[in-house]
Design a binder for this molecule. Structure first.
Ligand code: HEC
Length: 188
């Protein structure tokens, strides 16, 4: 064994010993925190565009109209026309269909959003803006059905649920260009 090898051996041994000593001083338990429950975890979700993971439950526009008036109209307007007021301003949700490529594009759920499943995901996650997460799944389906029916994307009588929502044909579904960026290193 050369001197170099000996030095290396001693070094490695001391790393191993100090590693083991360190592990021994680590507490097994820290005495705080608690295991996360299924209910807590259920607050963290994401519905992909194909609708996988949409919850059970359902709703239609009739129920949705009432819920919308109570929970959304103050900010998004009685007729979903939006509210420019500072502070409570919410976007216009319908209209503008076919306007995106014009000089005066109007970006709304009706004119822009390619998937109805995203509407469920967004409303359940983020709306009402001042109290997100308060709508039950049935209520979210209902309010989504109301917006889609006011946008004339579905019939007012249609029920939205985990089966029907992914099948809704959004007007701007094909308005997006795939952009794979093959020239960029990151995507190779
Ligand atoms: C307190 C005001 C307020 C209330 C109440 C509210 N919203 Fe909103 N909403 C907003 C604001 C502000 C935004 C924009 C948020 C952002 O860009 O981050 C928004 C954005 C949205 C969008 C996205 C619009 C787009 O094209 O990007 C949808 C859809 C929506 N809200 C639906 C609802 C529904 C449904 C309800 C009722 C259940 C509701 N909102 C209640 C203020 C509100």
């Amino acid at each position: 064994m050369s001197t170099g090898d000996k030095i290396l051996g001693v070094l490695l041994a001391s790393v191993a010993v100090s590693g083991a000593a360190f592990a021994q001083t680590m507490p097994v338990k820290y005495g705080f925190g608690s295991p996360v429950t299924e209910q807590e975890l259920s607050k963290y979700f994401s519905i992909p565009v194909d609708g996988r993971g949409l919850p059970s439950g359902s709703g239609n526009a009739t129920a949705g109209a009432k819920l919308y008036a109570e929970n959304c109209a103050a900010c998004h307007g009685e007729k979903l026309e939006g509210n420019p007021a500072k502070g409570i301003g919410g976007d216009k949700l319908i209209g503008g269909r076919g306007s995106l490529a014009t000089k005066t594009p109007v970006k709304t759920v009706e004119s822009y959003w390619p998937y109805a499943t995203t509407l469920f995901d967004y409303v359940k996650r983020a709306m009402p803006f001042n109290s997100p997460g308060t709508l039950k799944d049935d209520e979210t389906y209902a309010v989504v059905a109301y917006i889609l029916s006011q946008a004339k994307i579905i019939q007012p009588t249609e029920t939205m649920d985990a089966r029907t929502l992914p099948k809704v044909a959004m007007p701007n579904r094909d308005g997006f260009e795939p952009d794979p960026r093959p020239e960029l290193e990151l995507y190779r």
